[in-house]
Design a protein around this ligand. Sequence first.
Ligand SMILES: C[S@@+](CC[C@H](N)C(=O)[O-])C[C@H]1O[C@@H](n2cnc3c(N)ncnc32)[C@H](O)[C@@H]1O
Length: 356
Amino acid sequence: MSIINEGSVKLRISKIGKISKEMDVFYNPVMSFNRDISVLLLNSVNKKSMQVADPLAASGVRSIRFLRELNTRENKIKKIYINDYNKSSTKSIKNNLALNKIQYKKNSRLVISNLDANIFLLSSSGFDYIDIDPFGTPNPFLDAACKRISRDGILAATATDTSALCGTYPKACLRKYWAMPKRGAIMHEIGLRILIRKIQLVAAQYDKALIPMISYSKEHYMRVFLKNEKGKSKVDYVLKQHGCFDNAGPMWLGNLLDKNLCNQIYKNSLKNKIFKNNKELINFLKILKEESKINAVGFYDLNDISSKYKIRKLQKKDKLMEKIKKLGYQSSETHFKGEGIRSDISLKELIRILKN
Ligand SMILES: C[S@@+](CC[C@H](N)C(=O)[O-])C[C@H]1O[C@@H](n2cnc3c(N)ncnc32)[C@H](O)[C@@H]1O
C-alpha cells in the first residue's frame, strides 16, 4: 500500500503496477485529468444542493474529490452516494474517507453501498448528477442512468472502448453503438459523436433530451457530460441532429461543447490553486474554449491534406489560422489532434491558401 496525492485529497492505494481491471481496487492516476474536469464542470454550472451518484466508485477518489473540492459556500452537494459492487472497494472508500478526515458513519450527506450499479441506480429516486465511469463501454449502465437522471440533471459517462468507437473493430461498433465508425484523421471525433448519439437514443425512450455540455476525447478514453432537458419537442430536436458524416455514422451532428460553459471552466481553472499550475490541463481547456466557438463538424488534418494535395511546405498553424480568420471564416485548434484545425472554411479554399 502507498499513500498518494491527487487534487486536494490523499489516497491509500495498492502500489501501482500494471493498470488493469484485475487490480484489487482500481485506480488509474492518468484519469486524474478526467476527475479534474468533472470537479471544474460541477463548480462552473449553476447547480446547488445536488444529489450526486458515483455508481462505479472503485477507491472513491472521485467522490472524495467532490466532497473536498466542490464549492462549499455554494452548497453544491446535498447528498453523495458512493457505490461499487466490489467488497474491497467499499473498504477502500471508507479508508480513504477517513484518511481525508471525512466522517462517514453519522454523515447524513454520505451513503456508501456495495451493490450492482444498475440495482443501485434503479432503487433510488433519482439524481442531479450521475457519473458512469466503467471499464470499457458505459452501455450496461445507460438504461438505468437515463431513467434516474433528474430534470436538468447532468449525466457524465466515460468510454474506454475506443477501438470499437474509432473503427479498429467496426462490427463491434455496429453492435454496441448502432453506428459505423471510420478509421482516419478524424476517427476520434466520429467515435465521440457516435457515443453521444447512442446515449441520446437510450434517453429518448424516456422523453429525455440529452444535450452535450462538454465532450472530449483524450488518450485511451472519451468523456461526455450531457444535460437532461425533458420534453418531447426537445427530444425531437435531438433526433433531428443525428446523421452521417464522412461516410460514417449515424452520429450526433450538433455541438460537442457549450461555449459559455467552456469559457467559465477555463476562467475557473486559472483561479483555482489546485489547477492553475497544471499546464497540460490549462492548455487543454484553452483549446476547448476556442474550439467551442466554431460551428463545424469534423476538422482539417494539415499533415493529411499536405500529403494528399502535394503541398510542399506547410505554413505554421497559427499563421494559417490568422489568414483563415482574415478571410472572414472561423478557425481554431482542435483538442482531437495537434495537426488539426477546426474551421468553417471549405476544403477548396483552404487548399488555395495552403498553396499560396
Ligand atoms: C474504471 S473503475 C472506476 C474508477 C473510478 N470511478 C475512479 O474515478 O477512479 C470501474 C469500477 O466499476 C466497478 N464495477 C464494474 N461493474 C460493476 C457493476 N455492475 N456494479 C457496480 N460496480 C461495478 C469495478 O469494481 C470498478 O471499481
